[in-house]
Design a protein around this ligand. Structure first.
Ligand SMILES: Cc1ncc(COP(=O)(O)O)c(C=O)c1O
Length: 444
């Protein structure tokens, strides 16, 4: 069957990711352009971006500085191989990233490995962790620990440590993985405005897994400091600190997946800075280039990096990398993005807006079916009661209703996630609340 839009665009050929293809193609929602805080849809109507695209357009859309940098780079050096070859932009970008690296200079998380996406950054970090353990004589440590409800992209490594059932059930996963329990506890923590009070003890799960498998089999534990894709789960007070202590005690590397939380989302440059907990590896992507050009990056500690810089100098230390690692155009976009973040103070702007944002979100507490609201920095999760027998359908209806009235939100199951660009002004926040609360009242 041929499916086409009124302007005769054929929709059959594009197999869309994470999309109900047939449902979408029967009633497409198309975005045609974007500027600042707004998209324009196919009818030319404004759609307020309540999600920074997919948590990535932190500096807002259509930034000329990034466009110019990309254009300049495309005409100067469009592509350069990164295996046994270099180009100056990759070194410059790594150096600039090191200057703002998670935890500041004392954390020494300033060795940067480039990838092409968040999923690739995750697989890179997992492989570095295993290679590190082997390099320090701990070759039996190959097990990887993730967490229930975690999202670490869609590579086989990422889904193996990930904890979202729909991303796992159809596919084989790596053996030698295990999972901490998730920290979501609506009964005890709903509508908490600060960090959830209950649940720090869940970090003790790592002790339980050590007792089950033996520390000498475990290479690393990976978590999102704030779980994003599963519906904004904020870590209980003290949880991350405890996880750090247990990991260190047992020689297990701690990986923070900051693909969402990195680059200002929490009101600090990284979650590492926000929580003051220093992991051994940090994965990033998305806001790294303001979403303009695909790219991921892993920040590795000097300890991890240096342990692999051994052996004969002519030997490749890590047999890993991508055709697009350190892509010159992505580096150009990233450098321009960092400049904007710094010029406009965007890496900490979320902190100035966080209270207003939280007040605005909690203003929707009395809307129908709302069973929890949680915010941190410029992120919010609004959880709805599910329709009996139809989980996810209520939030999906709110999503389509919002889009029709000019607001882009994101939903996972029956949780609405909001994460507007960090250039948002109070008026934009008002507009989000006005449109979303109207949709929540309309959708039964
Ligand atoms: C925490 C986290 N890790 C990894 C990824 C995967 O990134 P990508 O979609 O760029 O592969 C995502 C994407 O949303 C993410 O939120």
């Amino acid at each position: 069957m041929d499916i086409s839009t009124p302007n005769e665009l054929k929709l059959d050929n594009y197999w869309m990711p994470f999309t109900a293809n047939r449902q979408f193609k029967s009633a497409p929602r198309m975005l045609e352009s974007a500027h600042g805080m707004y998209y324009k849809d196919a009818e030319g109507s404004d759609v307020l971006d309540g999600t920074a695209g997919l948590w990535c357009v932190n500096a807002g859309h259509g930034r000329p500085q990034i466009a110019r940098a990309v254009e300049r780079q495309l005409t100067r050096l469009d592509y350069a191989p990164s295996f046994q070859m270099g180009h100056s932009l990759a070194f410059e970008f790594a150096q600039r990233l090191a200057a703002i690296s998670p935890g500041g200079s004392a954390a020494e998380l300033d060795r940067v490995f480039f990838a092409g996406s968040g999923s690739e950054a995750v697989d890179t970090a997992l492989k570095i962790a295993i290679a590190y353990q082997r390099a320090i004589g701990q070759g039996t440590r190959t097990r990887l620990i993730g967490r229930e409800r975690g999202y670490h992209g869609v590579g086989f490594g990422g889904i193996s440590v990930g904890g979202l059932v729909n991303n796992r059930r159809v596919f084989p996963t790596l053996h030698g993985t295990d999972h901490l329990r998730h920290t979501h506890d609506l009964a005890r923590n709903a509508f908490t405005r600060a960090l959830p009070e209950h649940g720090a003890d869940l970090a003790e799960d790592l002790e339980r897994l050590v007792a089950l498998h033996g520390a000498e089999t475990i290479a690393a534990v990976i978590i999102e400091p704030v779980a994003g894709s599963t519906g904004v789960l904020i870590p209980p007070a003290g949880y991350l600190q405890r996880l750090r202590e247990i990991a260190s005690k047992h020689g297990i590397l701690l990986i923070f997946d900051e693909v969402i939380t990195g680059f200002g989302r929490l009101g600090a440059p990284f979650a590492v800075d926000y929580f003051g907990v220093i992991p051994d590896l940090v994965t990033t992507a998305k806001g790294l280039t303001n979403g303009a050009i695909p790219m991921g990056a892993v920040f590795a500690s000097r300890t991890v990096h240096d342990a692999l810089m051994t052996g004969p100098a002519e030997q490749i230390e890590l047999f890993h990398g991508y055709t697009y690692s350190g892509h010159p155009v992505a580096c150009a976009a990233g450098l321009a993005t960092l400049e904007i973040y710094q010029q406009e103070g965007l890496l900490t702007r979320g902190a100035a807006l966080a209270t207003l944002w939280q007040e605005a979100m909690f203003g929707m507490r009395e809307c129908p079916n709302v069973i929890d609201i949680r915010t941190i920095g410029l992120v919010a999760g609004i959880e709805l009661a599910s329709r009996p027998g139809y989980p996810g359908s209520r939030a999906y209806d709110v999503f389509t209703d919002c889009f029709a009235s000019g607001l882009l939100i994101r939903t996972t199951g029956d949780i609405i996630a909001l994460s507007p660009p960090l250039i948002a002004e109070p008026d934009h926040i008002d507009e989000i609340v006005t449109k979303l609360s109207a949709a929540l009242r309309r959708v039964t």
